[in-house]
Design a protein around this ligand. Structure first.
Ligand SMILES: [Fe+2]
Length: 182
C-alpha cells in the first residue's frame, strides 16, 4: 500500500495560515517545514486525539516539484492539504540496480546541511500509483516508498503534516491508528 485517503473533519470553514506558519525548522530543496505558530488556534481546528501520537506536526510548504525520494527517518505521515495546488503525488518502485543519491537536508537551528541518501532518478523507476488531492483532503502516505510531487501549475502546495517516527511501519500505523474528534 502506498497511500490511503482519510476523512479528517476539521472545525473551521477557512484556515488562517498566518496563525499556523511559525518558525522555519528544516528543509530539503523544494520543501520547507515550519513549526506550528499558534498551538491554541491549531488545537481549535484540528481537535481530535490520536491513540498513537505523532512525533512532529509541521506546516509544510512545497514551492517546487519534489523528485522521487524516500523520507528522512520516517515511514508514515498524514497530510492535510490546505492548498493542494492540484499537484500529483506519485509512487514508484525501483528497477533492478536503481541508484540512490544524496539530497541536502538543511537544519535551521544548527545552520548545517546534512547529506541524506534518499533521491532516485526517474529512469531507474516504474510508477505504480498516484493521486491528486483536493484542498482540505487528508491522505496517509507511505513515505518509506519512493514518491515524488509533480506540479501541474506554478502554485505552492501547503499542508499540515503529522509525522510518526520509524518505530512504526506504515502498515502497522494504518491498522492500529484511531483518531477521535474531541
Ligand atoms: Fe517525502
Amino acid at each position: 500500500m502506498y497511500f490511503k485517503k482519510v476523512d479528517l473533519k476539521i472545525s473551521a470553514d477557512a484556515i488562517d495560515v498566518f496563525k499556523l506558519k511559525g518558525e522555519h525548522r528544516c528543509s530539503f530543496p523544494g520543501i520547507k517545514h515550519f513549526e506550528i505558530l499558534d498551538r491554541t488556534y491549531f488545537d481549535s481546528i484540528f481537535n481530535f486525539n490520536f491513540n498513537i501520537l505523532p512525533i512532529n506536526i509541521f506546516f509544510v510548504h512545497i514551492h517546487s516539484p519534489l523528485g522521487p525520494h524516500t523520507d528522512y527517518e520516517q515511514f508514515a505521515c498524514l497530510n492535510y492539504y490546505i492548498n493542494s495546488s492540484d499537484a500529483k503525488t506519485c509512487f514508484w518502485e525501483p528497477k533492478e540496480n536503481a541508484v540512490r543519491v544524496t539530497n541536502d537536508r538543511y537544519d535551521v537551528s544548527t545552520n548545517t546541511v546534512e547529506k541524506v541518501e534518499q533521491l532516485y532518478k526517474y529512469k531507474d523507476l516504474i510508477m505504480v500509483d498516484s493521486f491528486v488531492a483536493n484542498n482540505n483532503d487528508s491522505y496517509f502516505l507511505n513515505i518509506s516508498k519512493i514518491h515524488s510531487v509533480e506540479f501541474t501549475k506554478p502554485v505552492a502546495r501547503t499542508a499540515i503534516q503529522f509525522q510518526w517516527d520509524n518505530s512504526i511501519s506504515y502498515e502497522e500505523l494504518i491498522n492500529k491508528l484511531t483518531f477521535k474528534e474531541m
